[in-house]
Structure formats: C-alpha cells, structure tokens
Design a protein around this ligand. Structure first.
Ligand SMILES: [Zn+2]
Length: 270
C-alpha cells in the first residue's frame, strides 16, 4: 500500500522513516524508527508536503519523509545507513523501510523527463511521475535478481564475492537480463560465475532487497556437471562445503541465509 497525501496530521501513533542524504535518522538516545504523532515531529514540519504513506505495521501507519541532502541538529539525531537500520528492525518494519527507501530514491531520481528533459510532476493517484510536455510516465524501478543455493550430495556450493565483508560466503546471485526468464538467468549466472551446470531448479521465495532496488528471486538447485572455476571478476573463491564446516554465512533474515537453511534441511532428509 503506497498512498500519497495521507491524513498523517490526525494519526496519533505512527512510524516515521526520515531519509536524510544517504542515511536514515534516529534519536541518539532512542535508536530505531521514530514513533509517535505529527506534533512530536516538529523538526520536520517543513517537509509536510512531501510525506508519503508506505505501509502499516501493527495497525500504525508508516510514513516516509525525504529531507534529500539536508540535515537537522546533529546533537539530537544521528544518521545511520539503511543496512544498519534494517539490521535492528523486526521483519514487518524491514519491508516497510525497504519500500520507503526505494520510494525516496525513485522521487529523487525522476525529477526530469528521460525523454524530453522537461521537469516531471508526481501523479496524484498512484506512485509515478509524469512529464506534462511529452506525457512520458515513470514508475519506481525494480530490478529482478536470481539467487540460488546449489547442493551436491550432502554439500552446498557457496562463494565469496569481491564485495563480501568479513570473509563471508554466500549463495550465487545476479541480475536478470532483458528478455531472459528467471530460470535462464539462474543457468547463465551459475555458469558465468563458477563454471558449473545445475539441474532440477525449484522456486523457493522472493525478497525485496533495497540496495538499491532489487527483487531477489530465490531458487534451490542441484549440481549437474562441471568443475568449479571462478570468474575472478565478481567471485574470488567458491567451493562445496559440508554443513558441519560452514564458513561465515549470511543471517537468516536475508533470503541467502534462508536458502542455505532450506538446503541444510533437504540434505539432512536424504
Ligand atoms: Zn518529457
């Protein structure tokens, strides 16, 4: 549910997601999202026109307010990264903050028309921007990605990406290309990244991942053939691991962690 021009001034208990630059604000003495009514948000009343409702959690509406590059008093508030904020939230708020972030990003990056260059305006009845000169309309961008856990006997294939921190190993993932099915993307990405072929794909689940606007589509697969040969571009190391000797892996709030857990159960049922 994404709603513009909400009745936020009359709500007495709401969640507020305040985006400032590339950070989300929190109170220094009370970490997490702001909660309360509009009167408690006096430092942000200048942005009244820009508030958008992005969901509801525990019967409380959730609003996003984007200050763009501007900042407020640093003694009272601090900006933390989206990742750090998501790590400290329960699942329902995780999704709503992900959505809020993507809405703010969409509006920031669609101020001018990609076709004729004129200024864009927000459409009132849906989340979109439109150019009044040439009528070009834009919607928030969503980039589908595949993510896949590959099992071989009682082992799982995990890889260390060039950008993974803390020596973390994870499942393989990659963007879907234009004109490609999700299944084709799985086969292509796995072969490109580690040089093996997979079979017996089964759909697992999906997860929006706001870095910056991916939709992760999870699959379970079985190893088919080939020797591991990493591409050295995105992947620096990949190998099959036994479940009693796993490396550092992603937490289970991420779909990568859930895929690893699902594979562990499949393997232990054999
Ligand atoms: Zn235009």
């Amino acid at each position: 549910m994404i709603q513009q021009n909400p009745e936020f001034e009359r709500v007495n208990d709401a969640w507020w997601i305040v985006v400032s630059g590339d950070k989300i604000l929190q109170h220094r003495d009370s970490p997490g999202l702001f909660r309360g009514d509009w009167q408690q948000m006096t430092d942000f009343h200048a942005w009244r026109e820009d508030i958008i409702q992005v969901g509801e959690v525990d019967s409380r509406p959730c609003y996003v307010l984007d200050m763009d590059a501007q900042h407020v008093t640093q003694e009272v508030y601090e900006g933390i990264s989206l990742r750090a904020m998501l790590m400290q939230l329960q699942a329902e708020l995780f999704y709503v903050v992900s959505r809020a972030w993507q809405v703010a990003l969409f509006l920031r990056t669609h101020r001018f028309c990609g076709r004729c260059g004129d200024r864009m305006a927000r459409v009132e009845w849906e989340l979109a921007t439109q150019c009044h000169t040439c009528k070009h309309r834009c919607y928030p961008r969503i980039s589908p990605c595949i993510i896949v856990a590959i099992r071989k006997g009682s082992q799982i294939l995990l890889a260390q990406g060039r950008h993974h921190k803390n020596n973390m190993f994870s499942t393989l993932a990659g963007f879907v290309e234009s004109g490609e099915t999700l299944e084709q993307a799985v086969h292509r990405e796995v072969f490109e990244e580690v040089g093996v072929k997979v079979k017996n794909l089964s759909y697992f689940a999906s997860q929006p991942w706001p870095f910056p606007h991916s939709l992760m589509c999870g699959f379970l697969a079985e190893y088919d053939s080939g020797e591991i040969s990493v591409d050295d571009d995105e992947i620096i190391e990949a190998q099959f691991f036994n479940f009693d000797a796993l490396p550092n892996i992603p937490p289970t709030f991420s779909i990568a962690g859930q895929l690893i857990e699902a594979t562990r159960e499949l393997v232990s049922d054999r």
